[in-house]
Design a binder for this molecule. Structure first.
Ligand code: ASP
Length: 334
């Protein structure tokens, strides 16, 4: 029997402009630490990686042989799958670690678990944890690059980067825009990372929600605080609706969902009263009928699914930039 030769194809190349001009960081722990230039560098790299996802062969060999571990100690739909797919598009090996199915239940510590994963050759660890600062702790104890995929109510840097990329692609700029973050600000890591990122890039940020969910002290970060959405709505270029995080706070933080929806829900009526080109974002998961109506979620102002697409490009960019720091060789560029 004769065997047909297997066709060997040359892997397609990483776009030339994806090469980081100068990238020094090993970890991505939050946007608070990053400079405007560093944020712009990630966005520029993400722009060039977005093109790879439009090719018929959506894969480049940039991280061939690298190992990316997802360590998720909290649930996730988009972030975990997006990081996995991003790593695969760059030809890295990926492995998911699920806390509930691990020896953590036998008493093994968080750091010991991470050290064992590192001993298996992890170059990058993507970490989600309910405790603020958990990824920072890991960065001090393991040699791998750490990416914060959400630490409690602290930061979720790649979510903010994808939000910012989505805004910039729709509006052509960030500088000078007014962005409303509406809803549960106090429990939202998405809000904190958005505040750092947007203000560094020159946007005005208005935090809006019930007083129980919008801490006054966040004014110190250079934001405006508003408790009545209808007062600020006409000024907004972008509205990012944040989910009420019932799982983080069991207390009654407002009288009822119906009341919340009446005061802060994004409806067609509110869209009509906003700017004609008002852009609507939501990090997901969305609760239709609580933060926004189905018509608004699926309507022409919504960029919710663009955020998911842009998230993949952002995570490819971050993995690519950080992997260059996980050893002396840097990512391969062809
Ligand atoms: N998915 C986002 C997060 O993990 C937002 C949310 O859960 O509402 O923070």
């Amino acid at each position: 029997m004769t065997l047909e030769p297997i066709a060997v194809t040359t892997p397609s190349r990483v776009p030339e402009n994806a090469k980081p001009a100068s990238w020094e960081r090993k970890h991505l722990l939050g946007l608070e630490d990053l400079s405007r230039e560093e944020i712009e560098s990630i966005l520029a790299t993400a722009e060039s990686f977005g093109e790879i996802s439009t090719r018929s062969r959506k894969k480049v060999p940039a991280l061939l042989g690298r190992v990316v571990f997802n360590l998720f100690f909290e649930n996730s739909t988009r972030t975990r799958t997006s990081f996995s797919l991003a790593a695969k598009r760059l030809s890295a090996d990926t492995q998911d670690f699920t806390a509930s199915a691990s020896s953590l239940s036998k008493g093994e510590s968080f750091i010991d678990t991470a050290k064992n994963i590192e001993a298996m050759g992890a170059d990058v660890m993507v970490v989600r944890h309910p405790t603020p600062g958990a990824p920072h702790l890991l960065a001090q104890h393991v040699g791998a690059s750490i990416i914060n995929a959400g630490d409690g109510a602290h930061e979720h840097p790649t979510q903010a980067l994808l939000d910012i990329l989505t805004i910039r692609r729709a509006k052509g700029r960030i500088e000078g825009l007014t962005v409303g973050l509406v809803g549960d600000i106090s429990h939202s890591r998405v809000a904190r990372s958005n505040i750092w990122g947007l203000t560094k890039l020159g946007a005005r940020v208005i935090l809006c929600g019930p007083p129980t969910l919008v801490p006054r002290r966040l004014e110190q970060l250079g934001c405006e605080i508003a408790y009545r959405l209808d007062d600020v709505l006409p000024r907004l270029d972008v509205v990012n609706v944040l989910r009420i995080q019932f799982e983080r706070d069991q207390r009654a933080v407002f009288p009822s969902i119906a009341e919340y929806f009446r005061l802060f829900g994004m409806t067609q009526e509110r869209i009509r009263r906003g700017k004609p080109d008002l852009l609507l974002l939501a990090p997901g998961p969305i609760n239709r009928g609580v933060e926004l109506t189905p018509e608004v979620a699926d309507g022409p102002h919504s960029a919710i699914l663009d955020q998911v697409t842009n998230g993949l490009a952002v995570r490819m960019a971050v993995l690519y930039l950080l992997s260059g720091k996980s050893d002396a060789h840097g990512p391969t560029l062809d």
